[in-house]
Write a protein that binds this ligand. Structure first.
Ligand code: IMP
Ligand code: MG
Length: 171
């Protein structure tokens, strides 16, 4: 297995500056609930919220989509649900990567049944070539090619989450 850097930490940092500026503008005076998805978006969420110059609330939800390794099981479960009451709240979901779209679609449906005032999605990475279900994405960090990526929170079999750059895993 070989790793090659796809997006550097400097590029990530600069892009998050732009995303944070846009999000702060869009959500001004709405005190959004920033909802990070564990575990993949833990680093992205923590870097993003530190750049949001506005009052926010932060919570996490944990889903399982991939059983293990690189193949999606297609079966998605809520492993740890949101505790915050999201009715009448402006909810911004933070994802690591939208691939087939099944996980994000499932989560958005799961949350929208609780009547939030608004529900939007921000993802660090978008892999549109793999999409099988349509998902509206309000904020995209980077569009990536059809490669398996790791680092900056994203894993392969629970490995490589701690890499500071987003890397492609070649076999
Ligand atoms: P989707 O349901 O196919 O969109 O996949 C979403 C989830 O699968 C992400 O939140 C990741 O946890 C995982 N995933 C998708 N693509 C990759 C990848 O290239 N590397 C690591 N995990 C991935
Ligand atoms: Mg994962």
């Amino acid at each position: 297995m070989k790793l090659s850097i796809l997006i550097t930490r400097e590029q990530i940092n600069a892009r998050i500056d732009q995303l944070a500026t846009q999000i702060a503008e869009d959500y001004r005076d709405r005190r959004p609930l920033i909802l990070g998805t564990l575990k993949g978006s833990f680093i992205f969420t923590s870097d993003l919220v530190r750049k949001l110059d506005m009052p926010v609330e932060i919570d996490f939800v944990r889903l399982s989509s991939y059983g293990s390794g690189a193949e999606t099981s297609g079966k998605i479960e809520v492993v740890q649900d949101v505790r915050t009451i999201i009715e009448d709240r402006h909810v911004l979901v933070i994802e690591d990567i939208v691939d087939t779209g099944l996980t994000a679609r499932f989560l958005l449906d799961h949350l929208s049944s609780r009547q939030p005032s608004s529900l939007s999605l921000c993802t660090l990475l978008d892999k549109p070539s793999r999409r099988t279900v349509e998902v509206p994405i309000a904020y995209v960090g980077f569009t990536v090619p059809n490669k398996f990526v790791v680092g900056y929170g994203i894993d392969f079999d629970e490995k490589f989450r701690n890499l500071p750059d987003v890397c492609a895993l070649e076999d």
